[in-house]
Write a protein that binds this ligand. Structure first.
Ligand SMILES: Cc1cc2nc3c(=O)[nH]c(=O)nc-3n(C[C@H](O)[C@H](O)[C@H](O)COP(=O)(O)O)c2cc1C
Length: 315
């Protein structure tokens, strides 16, 4: 018999999860199309797509382009809005076999507070993830290609966190933007303003061109790149954030198998998000957890939590 391994992780003092593998925001929608089709037993938590106060239709089609080793997507944050979410989606999400984290984005201080205030009154939500890609610097909506300067970006991160922190005691996960501010500086701004956990990476700004027709492939030109193509960039961000702050990190970006997830843990992540892999293999999170368990048994590692930052300690 291989020794029993402990796969649980402590994200915050009040939030312990049974697995380090999380369903990344947007990977399985609001769980409205996966019933009976996806095994979530291996998931430590399910993170929703970004929720805004008012419903959003999202961008015109096509929204997704397949590129070498990845996807470029520009969904435009389609979501039902807070009221319909509470009424229609939340009961389904709370009945999933894993804890729920809601990803939110406020277009103003009032919007951040409306979302966080209302959601923190609900039993069963174990944390809020703030999508801090700075769309609210612009009044006319979500444009992936917009890049604020560093001072604007850091101020935006700090003000968003402070707004939410003022109205909730739920664990706050700051999902940092990839543009505007250096990722270490961004993580410090988030933690100083009240973030309990840092999440990297958001999808990276990217462009694809169709040669026939000499056109951009997405109607809005820029989308977010995810999948194996981004893994080394995301590993860099995890390492960099681990050098910059001492809160737990959720590392996400191109994780397709157990070995990928182990690399994120060793770079400094406490938990690992799985996004694009779900589009290829709907049971990716359970399979990845099985592979982590097998690796730990082979390697004589008893606690997955002991792996966080191992490469940093080994130099
Ligand atoms: C189709 C799709 C939709 C996404 N939707 C969101 C979203 O609503 N909010 C968000 O913060 N991130 C969103 N993401 C980003 C992922 O959560 C993740 O950070 C990114 O894709 C990198 O991980 P991956 O390479 O495992 O997909 C989305 C990603 C994909 C592929």
């Amino acid at each position: 018999m291989p020794p029993e391994v402990d796969l649980s992780i402590r994200l915050t003092p009040t939030c312990t999860l049974s697995s380090p593998i999380l369903i990344a925001s947007g990977a399985l929608g609001f769980a409205d199309t996966i019933e009976g089709a996806v095994d979530l037993e291996g998931a430590g938590a399910f993170i929703t797509p970004t929720l805004t106060v008012l419903s959003r239709q999202g961008n015109p089609m096509p929204r997704t382009v397949e590129v070498s080793a990845g996807l470029i997507h520009a969904n435009g944050l389609p979501n039902p809005g807070l009221s319909a979410f509470l009424e229609v989606d939340l009961p389904r999400l709370l009945s999933l076999p894993c804890p729920l984290i809601v990803n939110i984005h406020g277009e103003s201080r009032e919007a951040w507070q409306a979302l966080a205030g209302r959601l923190s009154a609900i039993q069963g939500i174990v944390g809020l993830e703030l999508n801090l890609t700075a769309t609210s610097l612009h009044s006319d909506g979500f444009r992936y290609g917009d890049v604020p300067n560093e001072a604007e970006a850091l101020q935006y991160i700090a003000e968003s966190l402070e707004s939410v922190r003022a109205v909730t005691s739920l664990p706050l996960i700051a999902k940092l933007p990839n543009t505007g501010a250096e990722i270490g500086a961004a993580s410090r701004a988030a933690v100083e303003a009240g973030a309990d956990v840092i999440a990297v990476s958001q999808a990276f700004p990217a462009v694809a061109i169709r040669l026939s027709g000499s056109q951009f492939r997405l109607p809005g030109v820029v989308g977010g790149l995810s999948g194996p193509a981004v893994k080394p960039l995301s590993l860099y961000q995890v390492w960099r954030v681990a050098q910059s702050v001492s809160v737990p990190i959720i590392g996400t970006g191109g994780v397709m198998c157990g070995e990928d997830a182990l690399e994120f843990l060793m770079a400094g992540a406490t938990a690992v998000g799985v996004g694009t892999a779900n589009f290829i293999h709907p049971n990716a999170s359970s399979q990845i957890l099985l592979e982590i368990r097998a690796w730990m048994e082979r390697s004589g590692v008893r606690e997955v939590a002991a792996l966080a930052g191992l490469a940093n300690r080994n130099g």
